[in-house]
Design a protein around this ligand. Structure first.
Ligand code: FUB
Length: 523
């Protein structure tokens, strides 16, 4: 890159067609880097320029109860000492419609900045192409600048370099570009989502296709968010994978993603799947970017862990990425995600966190996440992995969820939060139960004594008080509002169980065993 950091700062104030911003100093106590919820940051793409580690990120702006990618601009984080946590934040370095004459505002999805062979910087940016009759109008534009903070100008004013029309017709969603400028100056672009991965070589001008667009195979569970890089002559492709299932090395719940990777001996493949780099994070999407800075490799990704965070209010995190050079090709060791020190939660009457959850429907459909029942997280607009549920399959009219504690506990109340997307009795989607009850184990399942009420309303906790019982297992037994089959679906976002006094419940070291000799549903 031709510019120095001092020149960058001057350029940043100067502005331009895509108005660049001056940076703001931010101290981060750990992950996520921006944690206070003022700015959400997503889809990180790290790049080292002038001995500075930059992270290009999108910006989530969805309200807490909106499940949508509201993303109007890209932002930038910069540091010379990631361990110290001193960052400079450039909150708005480019907007789609300001950079690309042919683009619509919004949907500033996952981009990447790379340094071209000419020393200038190129931003590969998925945006919505205005007009046109493509079924999916996402397209990849390329902007050029001399500073990562901009001003960014369209490097290919004729339009996107990839769309459903160019360089050749395709029927995929053309987002999530990743670019490698190889040691020999050749340039490779990968992109794709929803299980479709494409690659193409580009000319040295960084925008003109060279050869054909190819469909990439061999990367087990590829979902989206490819990240192409090279180390010691080996090509690596990191990506968000979502091959889900109870024994999946990636993720048990289909709405979640792990970060997986593969290797190849040449930039266009063939690719061999190598394993998981990062387990699923707290947001449904996961998105990798990896880079070496001052001799240490880092993985950038995003989570829902910032204040007020969510699946559409994500925040960038950065952790060390280590290599196993004792194998061929060198392997990426699983990344250990870290978080800034968290305040000790106040003592609580809710002892659900100390229990192992279970449910009558086995296997639980892969979009749900039974551990959501007692994770303490309640969302205004939850997605399936935020809850236990029974949609799909052949459900009996009666279903249950259960908590098992390692030792007997004394309890006298419950707070449950049902989810529904259809009213009771509609026979469609997920509905609240017609009625329900709580049972405890005492050499058999028995109704809790003197329950005061069993509310069935959704989107608010329904509290039930009962006379104290001491037990190791507790069940909520639901009668679906539909007679059975796939229409008898139920869902619970959170289930709290209350002890008479406050404690600090800790998760069980090992899954607690069932109380009943058999796991047969109660009568
Ligand atoms: O941020 C929008 C989309 O979410 C990205 O394009 C995907 O990679 C996922 O992170």
């Amino acid at each position: 890159m031709r510019t120095t950091l001092a020149a960058l700062a001057a350029l940043a104030v100067a502005g331009g067609p895509a108005v660049a911003q001056q940076g703001v100093a931010v101290h981060s106590a750990g992950n996520p880097i921006l944690a206070d919820g003022r700015y959400y940051s997503t889809d990180p793409a790290p790049v080292v320029l002038d001995d500075t580690l930059y992270i290009l990120a999108g910006r989530d702006e969805a309200p807490a109860d909106v499940n949508d990618f509201i993303m109007n601009e890209w932002q930038l984080l910069a540091t010379r000492d990631p361990a110290k946590g001193d960052w400079t934040h450039y909150p708005a370095i480019a907007r789609p419609e300001a950079v690309f004459r042919w683009a619509e505002p919004g949907r500033a999805y996952a981009g990447q900045i790379v340094e071209g062979t000419d020393g200038r910087l190129y931003l590969y940016a998925p945006v919505l192409e205005a007009g046109g009759d493509a079924k999916d109008r996402f397209a990849i534009g390329v902007a050029v600048a001399d500073s990562p903070t901009g001003p960014w100008v369209d490097a290919h004013p004729a339009g996107p370099i990839v769309s459903q029309r160019v360089p050749e017709a395709n029927a995929i969603q053309n987002i999530d570009p990743t670019v490698l400028v190889d040691d020999d100056g050749r340039i490779y672009l990968y992109w794709g989502t929803f299980g479709q991965l494409r690659a193409i070589e580009l000319e040295r001008d960084m925008v003109t296709p060279k050869g054909r667009e190819v469909t990439v195979e061999g990367l087990t569970g590829f979902f989206e968010a490819p990240w192409l890089m090279k180390r010691k002559g080996v090509y690596y492709l990191l990506y968000a994978g979502n091959n889900a299932g109870p024994n999946s090395p990636c993720t048990p719940a289909v709405y979640h993603a792990c970060i997986a990777y593969g290797t190849a001996p040449s930039p266009m493949g063939p690719w061999t799947y190598r394993g998981t780099v990062l387990k699923p994070v707290s947001s449904t999407t996961s998105h990798p970017g990896a880079v070496e800075y001052r001799g240490q490799w880092y993985l950038a990704y995003h989570t829902a862990d910032a204040e007020g965070g969510g699946h559409f209010r994500r925040s960038v995190a950065l952790d060390r990425l280590e290599w196993d050079d004792g194998v061929t090709p060198p392997a990426i060791r699983p990344v250990v995600p870290t978080r800034a020190p968290q305040p000790v939660p106040p003592p609580t009457r809710n002892i659900a966190a100390a229990a192992t959850p279970a449910a009558s429907n086995q296997p639980i459909p892969v979009q749900y996440w039974i551990r959501a029942l007692n994770d303490g997280i309640v969302k205004a607009s939850p997605l399936p992995p935020d809850m236990w549920g029974s949609w799909t399959g052949d459900n009996p009219a009666q279903q249950w969820i259960e908590y098992r504690w390692p030792q007997p506990v004394t309890i006298d109340g419950s707070r449950i939060r049902f989810f529904a997307d259809h009213p009771a009795g509609s026979g469609e989607g997920v509905a609240p139960p017609a009625r329900w009850r709580i049972e405890y184990w005492d050499r058999g399942w028995k109704p809790v004594p003197r329950p005061d009420r069993y509310g069935t309303a959704v989107d608010a906790f329904q509290e039930t008080r009962f006379a104290p019982v001491t037990t190791r297992c507790l069940r909520a037994v639901f009668q679906a509002s539909h007679a059975g089959g796939s229409n008898a679906a139920l869902a619970v976002q959170e289930w709290e169980v209350l002890a008479p006094r406050v404690t600090r419940p800790a998760p069980p070291a090992e899954p607690a065993p069932p109380c009943a000799a058999t796991a047969a549903p109660p009568r």
